[in-house]
Design a protein around this ligand. Structure first.
Ligand code: J9Q
Length: 257
């Protein structure tokens, strides 16, 4: 896969690609990453990338010219047209399904907007997709781009080592994880659940599945509706709902649970 990133702050992308799984993916040639400074596509003496908005108002808007020219330059090299993703609060909300979708593409281009946004014509006539990573205000599209790239890269065959992908297999699809413990058995008086020490693997598996369902129902009930549950899981959900387990809760303001 080829990944291009257009940003005003290329150094922000140094760290993720210099360590761990990303670095190994690049070193092994599984992914080719190029980070381009949008400012390199200005033609004026002062390399101006933004301007005041037509119609007035506060803040600055990214000019279309440099962004268009940067993407057009990228398009001259590949054979197929790339998928051009604009990171913006107005985009469709990123999720695992979209990560899957992106992981099938040969070439992704990420446009990281900044300031109060970019000229609308970037969205209309250059981007082929618009992505938001959630409803909070950020200073730019760089961190969202890194989030998307992280989730996409780990889906590319060979990017995760056998140990990491084996770990991934054990994760319940679309549901929250079961609680995990490691040594010591008693940490400051807080004990590991007895069942995990029992050596009864069938009971442990059942307990973990139950924890997955309970937790998801309590914390993220909307995920239960989307998940593909088996008969036993569905029975448990029904039992938990009718048996009034804990009410859905907001996450931990206080300690203890
Ligand atoms: C570019 N807040 O926020 C959430 N997903 C993307 C964004 C974002 C932002 C500002 C600029 C992207």
């Amino acid at each position: 896969m080829k990944i291009d990133v257009l940003t005003l702050f290329p150094p922000m992308f140094e760290a993720p690609f210099s360590f761990g799984i990303f670095k190994r993916a690049v070193d092994n040639g599984l992914v080719e990453v190029k980070v381009t400074n949008i400012r390199d596509y200005t033609h004026d003496k002062h390399h101006v990338v933004d301007d005041s908005p037509y119609g007035g108002g506060a803040g600055m808007v990214l000019k279309p010219g440099p962004i268009f020219e940067a993407v057009e330059d990228i398009k001259t090299v590949g054979d197929e047209p790339p998928h051009v993703i604009l990171l913006t609060p107005q985009g469709r909300l990123f999720n695992q399904q979209i990560a899957q979708e992106f992981s099938q593409k040969k070439h992704l281009v990420f446009i990281c907007g900044h300031y109060e946004g970019e000229d609308e014509r970037v969205r209309e006539h250059l981007a082929t997709d618009e992505i938001s990573i959630g409803d909070y205000v950020l200073t730019g599209g760089e961190l969202p781009a890194m989030v998307v790239i992280d989730s996409v890269l780990r889906l590319i065959p060979g990017v995760l080592g056998s140990e990491e992908s084996a770990l991934d297999d054990s994760h319940a699809g679309g549901l929250l994880e079961y609680p995990q413990y490691t040594r010591p058995e008693d940490f400051r008086g807080w004990k590991v659940p007895e069942i995990l020490l029992s050596g009864d693997h069938a009971r442990i598996a059942r307990w973990r599945r139950e924890q997955i369902i309970k937790r998801t129902l309590e914390r993220r009930p909307e995920l239960i509706n989307k998940a593909n549950l088996g008969l036993e899981d569905k029975k448990l959900v029904a039992r938990l709902i009718s048996g009034k387990s804990k009410a859905p809760h907001a996450h931990k303001a206080s300690a203890g649970e």
